[in-house]
Design a protein around this ligand. Sequence first.
Ligand SMILES: Cc1ncc(COP(=O)(O)O)c(C=O)c1O
Length: 360
Amino acid sequence: MQIDLFRPSVPPLSAYYSYLELIESNQIYSNFGPIHHKFKKRLADYFNIGEENIELFSSGTMALVAALIALQTINKDEVRPYCLLPSWTFVATVQSVIAAGLTPIFVDVEEQSMQLTKNMIEQVSNEILLKTSVVLVVSPFGAPLILEGYDLLCQTYGFEVLCDCAAGFESAKSFNFHTVISLHATKIFGIGEGGLLISINKKLIEYAKAYSNFGFLNSRKSITRGINGKFSEIQAAIGLAALDLWGSNKKDYYQKAAYYLEAAFNLPFQFQEGWGRDWVSSTCVIRFDDESQKKSVQKDWANNKIQTRDWWNQGCHLEPAFCHYEFINIRNNTNILAKTTLGIPFYKDISQDSINHIFK
Ligand SMILES: Cc1ncc(COP(=O)(O)O)c(C=O)c1O
């Protein structure tokens, strides 16, 4: 039996067919049309925020770029070229920073949470912090972010915090800082492609939206940098169906995660803190005590046709396109995490037989 690493939970055609018919009858396919508006309104209600505090983009990456560029437009921070971010993330985070014209500086994460916490930022020199316009905090594989202390750091150093919660549709609950969530097919709330930006700063939302629409702001004049990064009506149709199914999908994910926790009880690895109990995402990443243990179990799984993946390779500071950027390696945690963590198969309809086979 082969066990795939991943299977999408994008709604079936039957669930969004009626929304597609609506698009056809409206004859509006993009440009912030009625289905886009309906989806955005329902998302705003779901997250308990105002409609003016959320915007949709063609992808999560686009939402990150739009947010970073909008922050530059609003804050006019020409003397602050740096964006601090963890190396322990997916390459999209770094690509967004570069696309937005900022210089990435990688910072090591805390070992247990795998996050760029306030304690790690405090290890960075004042010289760099005073030239930093944005600290991009990344949720590792959908875990809730630890943001305590960031308010004070923002006041002291004058940077903004942007949260890349790409995999955090289920866990993101408070939006004191600007937050991006991906709707990619690999995510727990997957629609194919798409991303959303949430912010209490309405101006940021307006300017990010303008960036995604050729720089147009309330008129057909380009008043700022722009591109076409809009969210289409078809994406919104699938999104509405995903919202219709979300309650039952989420329940399925939690149920499967509970089976994992039970089946793996007493085995020599850990799940991410709270995974399957306090929060859940579409990826299951486990942690071994050391690299040799990981390698040997990974080999066993490969021999048994059970797919696994180092989702974030060896850390972004070692990716060929980024290895010339500075990496502030505080405790070597990024390198340790890369060597000891592993993504294993997880999806909402994985069978009990497959779960037993993985943990046997
Ligand atoms: C941490 C992180 N940031 C950003 C992204 C980019 O999101 P998208 O694929 O929607 O562009 C991803 C996608 O997997 C991600 O894992």
